[in-house]
Design a binder for this molecule. Structure first.
Ligand SMILES: Nc1ncnc2c1ncn2[C@@H]1O[C@H](COP(=O)(O)OP(=O)(O)OP(=O)(O)O)[C@@H](O)[C@H]1O
Length: 262
């Protein structure tokens, strides 16, 4: 079932130096949307607004027309899940324990895991390719394995919408691609709507149906990768000259040189 996540005329004052002003965004259902933009442009803030973690001063965020601010947190967690940029890596938990926590919205805190919970946990561990590591402590995993464990915890909630904040940060290129392929699988096979913040613009271009470019707390532009990724974007948003080519039908950029910032 398609699901509609939208922000309308949202404003949020984060600090004396940063605010989001009158931002509107309709996230495409069952598609992959990537948010790109320079450091401090408001990408994470936007994700947190979309999941009701922070509340806009003005405007509305809604799911299927219902304000997220009035949806019960347990219900909201079953619909939309966000994986933040930094996870607590010092947790003394096994992979399976962590993933089990993701079932909390589906049961009362005092109830034991049901058979359905156990089935979902097995499923989430399996699709993230962690079955052989399920009893391993999180502390003893590689960065890529640990990231997959956190994604499994998010996925076990079977949310319709999954938001990921820089899911590939700190990972080597093979593990980055593994995460991107997993994201693609969740979208294509499970019809999950995905919105993620990415710094790697070539990965955003390759894996996304839609790209949103943030600059100074505003959406500078948005659209299909082919319509958004161009030399002008790199000059005006990232202050670099770039060469744009095409790779498997998606734009591919190579940085050339810095240009003076405005
Ligand atoms: N809790 C906070 N209190 C005050 N200011 C904050 C807070 N969190 C972020 N900011 C500021 O808000 C602005 C936007 O931050 P945000 O994290 O949304 O940017 P971003 O585009 O995700 O950046 P990055 O690419 O570096 O992760 C930045 O100037 C940041 O310093």
């Amino acid at each position: 079932m398609p699901i509609s996540l939208a922000a309308e005329h949202v404003s949020y004052k984060q600090s004396s130096t940063f605010s989001i002003h009158n931002l509107s965004l309709h996230v495409q259902s069952e598609k992959i949307t990537s948010i790109i933009g320079p450091n401090g442009s408001g990408k994470s803030t936007l994700l947190r607004i979309m999941t009701n973690l922070i509340h806009p001063n003005e405007g509305i965020v809604s799911i299927d027309g219902k304000k997220v601010s009035i949806i019960h947190s347990r219900e909201l967690a079953k619909t939309i899940t966000m994986l933040s940029q930094t996870q607590n890596y010092e947790l003394e938990l096994t992979v399976r324990d962590l993933v089990s926590h993701g079932r909390l919205p589906h049961r009362k805190w005092y109830e034991n895991l049901s058979q359905k919970d156990e089935e979902m946990i097995n499923w989430a561990i399996s699709i993230t390719n962690l079955t052989h590591l399920q009893h391993q402590s999180l502390k003893r995993l590689s960065g890529g394995e640990r990231q997959r464990a956190w994604i499994a915890m998010a996925v076990v909630q079977s949310p319709k919408i999954l938001l990921l904040d820089e899911p590939t940060t700190y990972l080597d290129i093979a593990h980055q691609l593994e995460i991107m392929e997993l994201v693609k699988y969740l979208n294509k096979e499970l019809q999950m709507t995905i919105m993620m913040v990415l710094h790697d613009i070539n990965q955003a271009s390759k894996y996304s149906d839609h790209i949103v470019v943030m600059k100074n707390g505003e959406i500078y532009t948005s659209g299909k990768p082919m319509d958004v990724i161009n030399q002008n974007l790199f000059r005006t948003v990232f202050s670099i000259d770039a060469k744009i080519s095409e790779e498997d039908g998606a734009p591919f950029f190579t940085p050339k040189s810095l240009i003076a910032r405005n």
